[in-house]
Design a protein around this ligand. Structure first.
Ligand code: ADP
Length: 605
């Protein structure tokens, strides 16, 4: 068999029907959408049908079985074409036809649906052109609802079955007789087009969401520049206010009420000055060069500034560190600023709270490239819905005069300046933990420098999202950061990949039409329980109680759309820091499992 040329249904049909079939070009994503819409019509309308379908890879059989079993429950007869081996037919309704030829990965698509109320054919051949993602692969495609053409296509398929499965020909002929191709039923055509339009609208919305995400990032950058300009301009008038109010306050012959009022002006101007300085820090370019420094030393030299505050609120501070932590490549003053901001927030959160007050600082080195600092307080925590907002400039929940709302945006800016990663974990009963990953000097490569597409040791990442734009975005961002990436729009296909490849991180959408992320997660951990800690969810809405309960139950990180590239990379890096990738050679074979890591014991902090 193997010396025969691969049997292509597409070629057979175009050779036989020639100009009467006008091939169009379609992407794989479109073929998937159209096929599923057609199959869903059969399922939802419970239409008895004769269905011819083809797998690109017979190994996909196992994963697609559920869907086809469901279809077979409704359909009268299903005829499945595939390259390579197919499992045995499990009932009379199925006819399995193995298409001969040396290539079990036939890059062909085939679906013919024949019901009493409509009929349609979709057949495509991969153009084998380079594509950005799997869904973007282009297929030369035949697509028709015309009964006359479909009658001729069925005759061709009949010949193929007669040659490859003569034992099942009678069953097929009975089905063909039962379903003479009808002219399309207006109601079903309306249903079909409505679903396709819905799908287009959804894709359009996703594109808009992506655009607004990109626009948001550039707006933030522009805002930073404006803020810095405004802050500079404000410094002069503020100087005047402070100076003249000071003069008034220092003139002894003033009435006491005037002195008091001048004091208020000075106080208000000082507050304004603090805000201006924070704004400048927020937008200040990283002036001095980073240098290697021991994080523990910087911490020791910084906490002295807040010790007095801590003891006045009865706060106990512990600083623990792994024994051998590599120096970090940092701008010392900026890291001190970051520490002061985080510690001040923790102190303010604990002040006035009942019970024992505790701030813990933990330094560890989860991988040769990164040092991690965790700052944990057992205060009231930050509500999940505020996790994004707290980093926005001017967002504060504090009383006027107590907070400017700039502390955490400065922290984020400083972490970004260092090409580090920042993560917030907080909930009402858990207190608040900020984890910061800072690069060690020696081996760190800036993430943006690598456009390498294949695994450079950073780890293999699997991305699953039904939305082609999101898949494309994640693929690009992660590849640019040096990760090797596999992307799938169908969770089922993602599960198949998990069987054959070793993923360090799996990023999955929660809301997908094919299979919800919740089900994907359950099936994933059934396949490989060790992957339970390697998943990051993405979702457009984490406020639904069911979603919240699920996310809390898994304890896994999630990203709320729209998220920034920084947040994405930060999540992946944090996950890898806690669960380093297995050492992989040549893409898939594990040569050396990573040793069990002591630092994980600290994870519960
Ligand atoms: P500010 O402290 O001036 O309000 P930040 O940007 O530093 O501005 O913080 C924004 C908000 O984040 C705070 O108002 C507070 O609601 C919340 N927050 C920050 N750190 C903590 C913490 N450790 N515990 C509880 N809430 C916090």
């Amino acid at each position: 068999m193997t010396d025969m040329p691969a049997l292509s249904l597409f070629t057979l049909l175009t050779d036989r029907l020639g100009k009467r079939l006008q091939p169009i070009q379609a992407t794989k994503a479109t073929l998937v959408d159209v096929s599923h819409t057609l199959e869903d019509l059969v399922l939802h309308e419970r239409l008895p049908a004769l269905i011819f379908t083809g797998f690109q890879e017979s190994s996909h059989w196992r994963a697609e079985t559920e869907r086809y079993r469901e279809l077979a429950g409704v359909a009268h007869q299903i005829c499945i074409f595939a390259g390579g081996q197919l499992p045995p037919e499990s009932d009379q309704k199925q006819i399995h036809v193995r298409l001969h030829g040396p290539d079990p990965l036939r890059q062909e698509w085939f679906l013919l649906v024949l019901t009493e109320r409509f009929t349609a054919v979709l057949c495509g051949r991969d153009l084998q052109a380079p594509a950005l993602s799997e869904g973007d692969r282009r297929f030369q495609t035949i697509w028709t609802f015309e009964p006359d053409l479909i009658t001729e296509i069925i005759a061709v398929l009949h010949e193929v079955v007669a040659r490859e499965r003569p034992d099942r020909l009678v069953d097929l002929e009975t089905a063909i007789e039962r379903f003479p191709p009808p002219p399309p039923d207006a109601h079903l055509l309306t249903l079909f087009t409505t679903r396709m339009i819905d799908d287009l609208v959804r894709q359009h919305e996703a594109r808009l969401q992506l655009e607004s995400m990109l626009a948001y990032e550039s707006r933030l950058r522009a805002l930073g520049q404006v803020l810095s300009g405004v802050a500079h301009e404000l410094n002069n008038p503020l100087q005047g206010i402070l100076g003249f109010a000071g003069l008034i306050a220092e003139t002894p012959e003033q009435a006491p009420s005037t002195l008091e009022e001048a004091g208020y002006i000075v106080e208000a101007a000082r507050r304004a000055q603090t805000i201006v300085q924070s704004l400048l820090q927020l937008s200040r370019p990283n002036s001095s060069e980073p240098a290697l420094a021991r994080l523990n030393e910087i911490i020791d030299q910084t906490v002295i500034f807040v010790r007095a505050d801590m003891s006045s609120y009865g706060i106990n501070l512990t600083i623990t560190s792994e024994p051998e932590v590599a120096p970090v490549l940092v701008n010392r003053v900026r890291i001190q600023q970051l520490l002061i901001n985080l510690l001040t927030n923790a102190i303010q959160a604990l002040a006035g709270q009942p019970g024992a007050h505790q701030i813990e600082m933990i330094v560890r080195q989860p991988s040769p490239e990164w040092v991690e600092l965790r700052i944990h307080d057992n205060g009231p925590g930050i509500a999940t819905e505020l996790h994004e907002r707290v980093f926005e400039p001017f967002f504060t929940t504090k009383a006027p005069g107590e907070g400017t709302g700039l502390g955490l945006s400065i922290v984020r800016t400083i972490v970004e300046e260092h090409q580090g990663h920042l993560k917030l974990e907080s909930g009402p009963l858990r207190g608040t933990t900020f984890s910061i990953l800072l690069p060690t000097g020696a081996k760190h490569k800036p993430e943006t420098a690598s456009a390498q597409a294949e695994d450079n040791g950073a780890g293999l990442v699997l991305v699953i999202d039904d939305d082609p734009q999101i898949v494309l975005l994640l693929e690009r961002v992660l590849k640019r950061a040096g990760y090797a990436v596999r992307a799938e729009r169908n969770p089922e296909a993602g599960l198949r990949r998990v069987l054959h490849e070793h993923f360090a991180v799996i990023i999955s959408d929660l809301l997908m039409p094919e299979m919800p992320g919740t089900e994907f997660y359950e099936r994933l951990i059934r396949l490989n329980p060790a992957l339970a800690h390697r998943i990051i969810f993405i979702t457009g809405d984490a406020t639904r109680p069911t979603t919240q309960a699920f996310l809390q139950g898994t304890g896994q990180p999630y990203l709320l759309k729209p998220f920034t590239t920084q947040q994405l990379l930060s999540s992946v890096a944090q996950l890898l820091a806690a669960h380093p990738p297995l050492v992989v050679a040549h893409g898939s074979a594990i040569v050396e499992p990573a040793p069990a890591r002591a630092p994980e014991a600290n994870e519960s902090a």
